[in-house]
Design a protein around this ligand. Structure first.
Ligand SMILES: Cc1cc2nc3c(=O)[nH]c(=O)nc-3n(C[C@H](O)[C@H](O)[C@H](O)COP(=O)(O)OP(=O)(O)OC[C@H]3O[C@@H](n4cnc5c(N)ncnc54)[C@H](O)[C@@H]3O)c2cc1C
Length: 310
């Protein structure tokens, strides 16, 4: 992880309209986006999924978009997922490809029950395609609402996945609540700019929390989804998989599209399920900025390219 101060500054700057305009219109953005995003349209999502599945990997597709403030945009986001799930079913991909949804993309800021109802609509389409839905986790002001939506949706769709972020001080306790039988839980470090009052801000503390959370998830009865590219976290997960005698069908690793593809194949070839998180769509700004803030090498390349182009 980047030094937390620099990372926070980048995430903060990314919220300024002028920065957004510059990034969205810089020719170099296209190249960087291409590395992390499948493409602009649903056909790109299906094509990339098909390629990843053919190489032995599983997929979670994210229709890009967040912080929706218009009801019709929330409806359109849900409709996009329903269309996608129909296409995945038709292509015979839905046994290996699920979807990830952000509550803010389907109108959390407008009305939590509207957002939950729209996710319910997506869940109906996912059930018809025999696949699953995971609710991404956003900044800490949405944690309670998102976990509550997961609880509500699980009454009818027990396979709905939850996400927890190891950088939040509350997360070890959330993991203990979530480790019931069948509960799909994705553990990530967390990608937002959070205050010290709610989050660990030193990377060593985040890593220690991540390790404690893996231990809780692996020892519990749920289905842990270990989402990280960090070799130390992967090693710790492998140690606990062996110690807890987890069978390969009782957990999975997850990584982002475009990040450590050779490690994705190594873990998959060793017999673990590896799911690649693949975003698609034209609303890529927020996603790209979080990826750049995580990785100094990407940011340096990006800034150099911006500075040398007209
Ligand atoms: C499948 C998936 C789903 C996610 N969902 C969410 C979510 O819902 N909410 C949320 O807040 N966040 C989410 N994230 C993002 C996550 O919170 C982190 O911001 C992101 O994964 C980076 O953390 P890391 O664990 O990879 O470790 P970092 O601390 O970023 O990196 C640790 C080490 O990993 C290795 N590494 C990392 N990136 C690279 C790279 N590009 N190339 C080579 N080595 C690399 C390096 O050795 C590095 O030192 C998700 C991540 C994944 C993988």
């Amino acid at each position: 992880m980047l030094r937390s101060g620099l990372r926070a500054a980048l995430l903060h700057a990314s919220r300024r309209g002028s920065v957004r305009y510059a990034v969205e219109h810089a020719p170099v953005s296209r190249g960087v986006v291409k590395r992390f995003v499948a493409g602009d349209v649903v056909g790109d999502a299906v094509r990339v999924s098909s390629e990843l599945v053919a190489s032995g990997l599983a997929v979670s597709l994210d229709h890009l978009g967040e912080d929706t403030t218009e009801p019709e945009h929330a409806e359109a986001a849900a409709a996009a997922y329903v269309t996608l799930l129909g296409l995945l079913k038709e292509a015979g991909l839905s046994t290996r490809v699920e979807v990830s949804v952000k509550l803010s993309a389907v109108g959390l800021a407008l009305d939590r029950s509207l957002a939950t109802d729209l996710v319910r609509r997506i869940c109906v389409a996912a059930a018809d395609a025999a696949t699953t839905v995971t609710l991404d986790m956003e900044d800490h002001t949405t944690t309670d609402a998102t976990l509550e939506a997961v609880r509500e949706l699980r009454t009818d769709f027990p396979w709905v996945g939850a996400v927890v972020q190891a950088y939040l001080r509350r997360t070890e306790a959330d993991c203990r609540d979530l480790v019931v039988a069948g509960s799909r839980v994705r553990l990530c470090k967390g990608a937002y700019d959070e205050p010290d009052s709610v989050a660990f801000t030193r990377s060593n503390d985040v890593d220690d929390s991540y390790k404690r959370c893996i231990a809780v998830l692996m020892a519990g009865e749920g289905y842990p989804m270990i989402a990280t590219h960090d070799p130390a976290m992967i090693k710790e997960a492998e140690r606990l998989i062996a110690e807890c005698k987890r069978t390969p069908d009782s957990y999975e690793f997850q990584m982002l599209y475009g990040v450590r593809p050779e490690e994705q194949l190594r873990l998959s070839n060793q017999g673990s399920t590896v799911r690649v998180y693949v975003p698609y769509g034209s609303d890529w700004y927020g996603y790209l900025m979080r990826r750049l803030a995580e990785r100094p090498a990407n940011m340096r390349f990006f800034l150099r390219s911006l500075a040398t182009r007209k």
